[in-house]
Design a protein around this ligand. Structure first.
Ligand code: SF4
Length: 437
């Protein structure tokens, strides 16, 4: 029997950016542990002598955070606190040559699809048998499931296709096997993620196959909730909603970034949809799944956005009453189509518009939360904090949405369990309640 010896090197992986990057880090960690490395995730004091930073290159703020993190670790290397420093992920994919010049302390830079090369650099093999055996870094009862890589859309402001390439769907069988492995290890909730979720299957099966994938994942024992993130509104496959209405495992929740609601801005963004088409789509979605929670994201300050355009967006948010809204400020990204036009909306105007939109949403969110008082919601419990157990309803995705706070006094709740909660109080982004036994 081959005796496995843990290598003397210790590796700490640092992840920046989105949940898709987190899944890449988890796959990397799984491969490194499969090669007998001791690996930690995001723990600065684990005594690691090797650090791998998985960067984000999406927008200015994210890029700055990635550069600061690299520079911070370069200083640790210069101080002899770490021996080796490697950088991978989107920022590295996009700016490898510049970064090599500017931060020579980094031993090597790798692209978003270069894991085998990174492993080889660490004298490790890429172990195909570990595919689908991903070790998660999230709480043990929920996990992200990345169903595809890359994007074929051409949104004018977006640099993601430059960093992640064209759309590549993962086979249904592979995803189901990964979901089974995750469920076997206690995962009950899956967040389906991609750059563009609704495109699933068009490359691999020459047709949209998200409904088939959803049925197959809903059949996996132990998976109680499946949540859909990053759907694209144009040519939205309504069949998804039939599966959502039919299968209780598919959360009545949809994250669909809309980016804007003013037609001139939507056209300039190359979103292939108008405000009226969006309105009709949202009506169809709510008709088919009446109690659906809709999350969306808007981008303010796009080149040429007038006050009138912004007012149109604000009116649309008031009219549509989304359950969850995120707001980004436009970032002028090289090599995108939008980079060819002047970034003419001043930073302070972008900031002010983002704040006005979130203020409007805060009021909407409070009204919607108050309307939940007196009702009972199935809740999954994530953690205990101070005097509260903290959970989420079907309408709340981890880390981005609302939470449910239940007083811990005289209550015993096992983290990771589902329990019915009677809502007794509400704030803008939080609910309060008691467990119904
Ligand atoms: S769909 Fe999303 S990832 Fe794809 S280009 Fe548009 S904004 Fe970028």
């Amino acid at each position: 029997m081959k005796v496995r010896t843990i290598r003397k090197d210790k590796i700490n992986v640092v992840t920046l950016g989105c949940s898709k990057n987190l899944v890449d880090s988890e796959n990397l960690i799984t491969q490194l542990r499969g090669n007998d490395y001791e690996v930690t995730h995001e723990s600065a004091d684990a005594g690691a002598n090797i650090v791998i930073i998985n960067t984000c290159g999406f927008i200015d703020l994210a890029k700055q955070e990635s550069i600061d993190t690299i520079v911070e670790h370069a200083a640790l290397k210069n101080a002899g606190k770490i021996e080796k420093l490697y950088v991978t992920g989107c920022l590295s994919q996009r700016y490898k040559d510049d970064l090599e010049q500017e931060i020579p302390e980094v031993d090597a830079f790798f692209g978003t699809l270069d894991m085998p090369a990174l492993l080889a650099r660490l004298d490790a093999d890429y172990k195909y048998e570990l595919l689908g055996e991903r070790q998660i870094t999230t709480l043990p009862h929920y996990a992200y499931l990345k169903i595809s890589e890359g994007c074929n859309r051409t949104c004018s402001f977006c640099a993601i296709p430059l960093m992640r390439g064209q759309h590549v769907s993962r086979p249904v069988e592979e995803l189901v096997q990964e979901a089974r492995n995750l469920a076997r290890r206690g995962v009950k909730e899956l967040m389906l993620i991609a750059q563009e979720l609704t495109y699933y299957g068009l490359d691999l099966y020459k047709q949209r196959e998200l409904p088939r994938l959803l049925h197959a994942l809903a059949d996996v024992d132990g998976i109680g909730w499946i949540r859909l993130h990053y759907a694209y509104p144009s040519k939205f496959p309504l069949e998804i909603l039939d599966v959502m209405a039919e299968r209780p495992e598919i959360c009545k929740y949809l994250d669909m970034p809309l980016q804007h609601a003013s037609d001139p801005v939507l056209a300039a963004m190359r979103r292939q949809i108008t405000r009226d088409e969006t309105r009709r789509l949202l009506d169809r979605i709510r008709d088919k799944v009446p109690d659906i929670a809709l999350r969306t994201t808007f981008l303010v300050g796009y080149p040429g956005e007038t006050e009138a355009d912004f007012e149109t967006l604000l009116d649309f948010v008031e009219e549509q009453q989304f359950e969850r809204v995120g707001v980004f400020q436009y970032s002028h990204e090289e090599s995108t189509r939008a980079y060819e036009v002047p970034d003419d909306v001043p930073a302070e105007v972008k900031e002010e518009r983002a704040n006005r939109l979130m203020e409007a949403q805060q009021a909407i969110s409070l009204r919607k939360n108050e309307a939940k008082i007196g009702r009972v919601f199935k809740t999954i419990f994530d953690r205990k904090e101070g005097k509260y157990f903290i959970g989420r309803t079907e309408a709340d995705s981890p880390e981005v949405d609302n939470e449910v706070l239940v007083e811990a006094k005289n209550q015993y709740i096992r983290l990771g369990d589902f329990a019915p909660v009677l809502i007794t109080g509400a704030e803008e982004f939080d609910l309060f309640g008691t467990v119904q036994r």
